[in-house]
Design a protein around this ligand. Structure first.
Ligand code: SF4
Length: 380
């Protein structure tokens, strides 16, 4: 049960991680928790924990149900537990965030700013449709990758999210909508494969503890050398979405600075390995930027790169942000680009992001709004 209880003291320290692209150290502030929260833990681990606390093993299953189905924020809420024991462990952290701000776009998309226990604020987005409820989750606080078109990338980086902080986003949206989450996309703040261990643990928890099918989960990455293979080795059934955004290395480097250290051909080679190792196709995300990567020659170049590749291309017309000068292409331009790819036998679809009005669409997530006084917090 040491995996649940850590022997660390409450402390705030400065730590660092190495940027696997640039090789430079990135300073991060970490708050050392007294104990690892219970959220994100399996029924087996929760059972071991209650036994360690001197309670009968069956209370582990009860605790699991109350955490994942009833959404408790304190063990004190578990009314089927003895009052005396509840009082003893009432301060043991469950790991839930506080809703700091919530806003709804006209299309029903809801953006959440969630306050973590160390005060950082992250974003999650709930995207409802008649058949699905999709949650776009964050995997880091900010993002160190610095993609030129992305609001998150302009806001700096603080730290990786813990497993429970990822799972909490899904529970929060599920509770708020009052219906089951069907799909998850790791397309919020952060580069998931810079936080692979916690993302993989969260995927397992979302699958086993909340009941979301792995095939309904998409992990999106701009590409971190070696990490796509690492993900493949986990033998998960998730969809891998690789943010390509360009049809050649020069253009890609212009949009994604980290691509300089990870040539397009190397990235595509690692993606081919992913297909071989998992038997699953790769989705390539391509943000379409007016007059930059949306010309006929780009479509041709892209089609040549992906010929014979077990893949699917998602074209995402750009969502403007105030921090960058890129423009959204016309519908006609996107249609022509799509048709060109189709003519070359490439599987392609267009995804117009939802939630545009609330800055909840792809590439628009940032917590900076939390710091502005124009948005009144609803809770927390
Ligand atoms: S697009 Fe993704 S990887 Fe790039 S800066 Fe934004 S959040 Fe990070």
């Amino acid at each position: 049960m040491v995996s649940i209880i850590a022997d660390s003291t409450t402390d705030s320290t400065t730590d660092s991680i190495t940027d696997s692209i640039t090789g430079s150290a990135i300073a991060i502030q970490t708050a050392q928790p007294v104990a690892v929260p219970l959220l994100g833990q399996s029924v087996e681990l929760l059972t071991a924990w209650v036994v360690q606390q001197g309670q009968p093993a069956y209370r582990g299953k009860q605790l699991h149900q109350w955490i994942y189905q009833k959404g408790i924020r304190s063990i004190d809420e578990v009314t089927v537990f003895p009052k005396k024991w509840r009082a003893e462990v009432r301060d043991f952290p469950i790991g839930r965030s506080h809703l700091h701000y919530r806003s709804t776009a006209p299309d029903g998309t809801v953006k959440y700013l969630l306050k973590l226990t160390d005060g950082h604020i992250i974003e999650a987005v709930g995207i409802p449709s008649s058949k699905r409820l999709t949650v776009c989750v964050s995997s880091q606080i900010g993002c160190p990758m610095g993609c030129d078109f992305c609001a998150t990338g302009k806001g700096g980086f603080a730290r990786n999210l813990e497993t429970y902080e990822i799972v909490d986003q899904v529970l929060t949206v599920q509770e708020d909508f009052g219906r089951r989450v069907s799909n998850i996309v790791f397309m919020g703040m952060g580069e998931p494969l810079l936080n692979t261990d916690n993302v993989v643990a969260a995927v397992r928890s979302l699958n086993q503890d909340i009941g979301i099918g792995q095939r309904m989960i998409t992990v999106s990455t701009v590409g971190i050398p070696g990490h796509i293979r690492r993900l493949a080795e986990q033998q998960l059934q998730v969809t891998l979405a690789v943010s390509l955004h360009a049809s050649n290395q020069t253009l890609r480097t212009q949009l994604i600075p980290s691509a300089e250290k990870y040539p397009l051909q190397d990235l595509l080679s690692e993606c081919r390995d992913y297909v071989k190792l998992t038997g699953r196709r790769v989705t390539f995300e391509y943000i379409v930027l007016a007059d930059l990567n949306d010309r006929p020659e780009h479509a041709l170049e892209l089609a040549n790169e992906l010929r014979g590749f077990q893949s699917h291309v998602n074209l995402i017309p750009y969502n403007p942000i105030t921090e960058a000068d890129y423009k959204r292409p016309t519908r006609k331009r996107v249609e022509d680009f799509t048709q060109q790819l189709k003519d070359k036998g490439i599987a392609v679809s267009v995804r117009y992001s939802r939630g545009l009005e609330e800055d909840a669409a792809c590439g628009q997530l940032r917590a900076s709004k939390a710091a502005t006084s124009t948005l009144a917090p609803t809770l927390g």
